[in-house]
Design a protein around this ligand. Sequence first.
Ligand code: UD1
Length: 417
Amino acid sequence: MDRILIKGGRPLHGEIPIRGAKNAALPLMTAGLLTDERLVLSNVPLLADLHTMGELLAQHGVAMEPGDGGRTLSIGGRITNTLAPYDIVRKMRASILVLGPLLARCREAKVSLPGGCAIGARPVDLHLKGLEQMGAEIRLEGGYVHAAVPQGLRGADIVFPFVSVGATENLLMAATLAQGRSVLANAAREPEITDLADCLVAMGARIEGIGTDQLVVEGVASLHGAAHPIVPDRIETGTYACAAGIAGGAVTLLGARLDHMAALAVALAEAGVEVSETAGGLLVRRLNGLHGTDMKTEPYPGFPTDMQAQFMSLMSVAEGAAMITETIFENRFMHAPELNRMGARINVHGSSAIVRGVRALQGAPVMATDLRASVSLVLAGLAAQGETIVNRVYHLDRGYESVERKLGACGAEIERI
Ligand code: UD1
């Protein structure tokens, strides 16, 4: 099994290209189920999760053709099968996003329940309740969601009791082909949702309120093909910004957008890491020392939960203390004990962690059980004295394209073994 070996202590200098966002690409791919015509996505990241989604689409009869060395994906074909089997869904929770489009197109679907994952229970009740409000009959049996809507979906007023990215995406896609008008209130407004909505509009959907927490959708009879560039990955951007912060130096993140990471940029500035716009992207520089900075995760535009682990690594070598509070997922501090094995001083109490900065971390063999936790250990390795070996690299490959090549090109001593 692949591992990543890092010899820490080298500052980063250079350029890192930022690709399209994984969390935008996955729902966009499922939007390909909403039409028989071709949906052509560009700025596609080369990630294991997209491969898994391709397998799932193929299972439904919809083919995915890569072009331009994998940088474009052309998705199209008639849906021949509405079953999303456990063997594929269990690999990736975002598979549940086929449910809304399948119901809208085929009036029935059988989709495996994704189940829990390393970072928490992560139920899909909001997805199912919303579809029921749109007229679907839903039964859970044998670990599967059996959904049917013989008369077709109809528009509904849906108020989310709390913000869910996935539920907003699933119901937004379903609403585009429902009869009549849907209102999604307290909707998530992550840039990936705006990206999906923009693509749906390009496919002929009628959506108002894009970018706000209230989406109004006027259903249409059918959608057509379109071409859509995937929004740059704000989490990949933030991860490499933290890399420059923890290792020191100055890195240009090509194609990155500051407006999608405002809360993170504020926290980084307080911590002593400057992020500024340049012609082609963002320049990230560590100014002098790092300072302990408190942070709390929140739905967008707040500080993203997907950046919490990386920020914790940064804080582990800052001067002073930082209180980090996780409000989105109940079990998202698995990186803390691993960082402590590298010499960090982190105490977790419920949903908060106190990070007391240490002068230096020490390299160690480490592993993590989710994507962002894994990359936080790579960042810690960049700053640690000696060798760090990060195990279970397949987590990294789900969401980061050639992390070792991108960091290596900026002077890090890092290799895949
Ligand atoms: C998406 C992202 C993930 C990110 C998360 C929060 C993708 C593919 N994944 O995940 O990287 O960490 O947003 O920004 O885009 N919940 C329920 N019932 C539901 C749905 C969600 O209780 O029906 C809970 C979840 O357990 C969690 C919270 O709501 O505690 C937010 O989850 P949600 O925004 O839905 O996350 P995902 O869409 O799964």
